[in-house]
Design a protein around this ligand. Structure first.
Ligand code: FAD
Length: 398
């Protein structure tokens, strides 16, 4: 009997963990390498749209989140000054009926834990932490991966390498795209916080996702873990000029947020005032590329298509990638053809979402009369028109 094909996955974020599961289900043996000494249970909330939650349901992950994930009843879009609703879109059962799966919100740590538990439950996946992938070479019969662990560098052999190593992907560097492929600062910063449900104003505990639109800023919030927490993301235009390319997050300054949102409706100000600690995340993406594979190595998730969070799709697209990768390995025994199949099925879709996410940010931050026209347009949409605008994104089967 031939031994199962062996995959190395670099990075145990949501993308890498899901890919390990889908590839294991396709019959591969998977070594999942994570540079951090532990799988970080950090982070804030995540919205998981039906295109992603449907995949998580198929792989038994959604059921591990019962009692933790919530299904908001609606998306409510509010005006920053009056607080009035610009529009509402039903979610809950309507989402499931229209797009085939629920829209859910979940703490990132809960999703990560569910994925790790599922990975540990199969003997096809070996999870190794404190292992940083430093490079790789394609060999005539496979791929040889250089891995740093402490002061040591090991060489591990596999049939295929998946680079799920995030925005600053090492493996992406091997595509040879040079300086044209640097991460691009969007000119916007996300201020992220988790508020204790006991400190949050009542309106923020409602089972809904709220999106407030203002000039050059927007605000998103929703409850998590049955209302024990409220996830808050305040996004502002920000001429931040960082020099550290590896900059990821910093403790934010609450006075700065307070000042920036001072003219907003009292509900918004009350919620922002209940935050104890902000994390500041300058937002980066990259231009789409048409090639994600180099021989027996391929990129996945943020490593392949980092995007701005304005459609809440970064993790969702990584989950779609993982499903497509598993399907390609189920369909084709040959590693290189399976990776080609994977790339073909994903590149255009991810590029579309990357570019749409940029445009969505521009739309959300319009100032002055342009914002009034945008709001009038949104008000004029009936529920069907509103929901149909998301069909291309949410009704997608990877
Ligand atoms: C403000 C904000 C809000 C967001 N909200 C949403 C949302 O609501 N819904 C949604 O779908 N998405 C959202 N996203 C996007 C989402 O967080 C990311 O797109 C997603 O987490 C990417 O997952 P990933 O596994 O590809 O990469 P990452 O999460 O970056 O994981 C990469 C992993 O690889 C490891 N690693 C890196 N280098 C190496 C190496 N050399 N060797 C080994 N391991 C390595 C890292 O330690 C890390 O664990 C949001 C993003 C932001 C900034």
């Amino acid at each position: 009997m031939t031994p199962p094909r062996h995959a190395i996955v670099a990075g145990a974020g949501i993308g890498g963990l899901t890919a390990a599961l889908t590839m294991a289900q396709a019959g591969l043996r998977v070594t999942l390498l994570e540079q951090s000494p532990t799988i970080e249970e950090a982070g804030a909330g995540l919205q998981l749209s039906p295109n992603a939650s449907g995949i998580l349901a198929r792989f038994g992950i959604l059921e591990r989140l019962v009692g933790l994930a919530l299904a908001p009843e609606r998306l409510r879009v509010r005006s920053n000054r009056s607080g009035a609703d610009i529009t509402r879109m039903p979610l809950g059962p309507v989402s499931e009926l229209r797009w085939g799966a629920p829209t859910v919100v979940v703490h990132r740590a809960d999703l990560q834990r569910a994925l790790v538990d599922a990975a540990l439950a199969t003997d096809r996946i070996e999870l190794r932490t404190g292992m940083s992938v430093a490079g790789f070479v394609n060999t005539p019969r496979g791929v040889s991966v250089a891995v740093k662990t402490g002061a040591e560098t090991l060489s591990l052999d596999a049939d295929v390498l998946i680079g799920a190593d995030g925005l600053h992907s090492r493996i992406r560097q091997s595509l040879g795209l040079g300086l044209t492929d640097n991460p691009h600062y969007s000119g916007r910063t996300a201020w992220r916080a988790l508020v204790d449900g006991r400190d949050a104003p009542d309106f923020a505990l409602r089972l809904e996702t709220s999106l407030w639109l203002g000039s050059r800023a927007h605000l998103v919030h929703y409850p998590l873990r049955q209302g024990a927490l409220v996830n808050v993301v305040a996004i502002t235009d920000d001429p931040w000029r960082g020099s550290d390319a590896n900059f990821w997050s910093q403790t934010g300054d609450s006075l700065q947020v307070k000042r920036r949102f001072s003219g907003w409706h009292r509900d918004a100000r009350e919620l922002l005032a209940s935050v104890r600690e902000w994390r500041r995340w300058p937002l980066f993406d990259r231009d789409p590329v048409s090639r994600w594979t180099i021989g027996r190595a391929a990129l996945l998730g943020d490593a392949a298509h980092p995007m701005l969070p304005f459609f809440a799709q970064g993790a969702a697209q990584a989950i779609e990638d993982a499903a497509a990768l598993g399907a390609a390995f189920s369909a084709d025994e040959d590693v290189v053809s399976a990776l080609t199949l994977y790339e073909k099925s994903r590149v255009d879709r991810a590029a579309r979402v990357q570019l749409a996410s940029r445009r969505q940010g521009t739309l959300y931050h319009l100032p002055g009369p342009a914002a009034l026209i945008r709001d009038l347009g949104m008000r004029s949409l009936n529920t069907e028109n509103m929901m149909s605008r998301f069909d291309w994104l949410y009704r997608y089967s990877a």
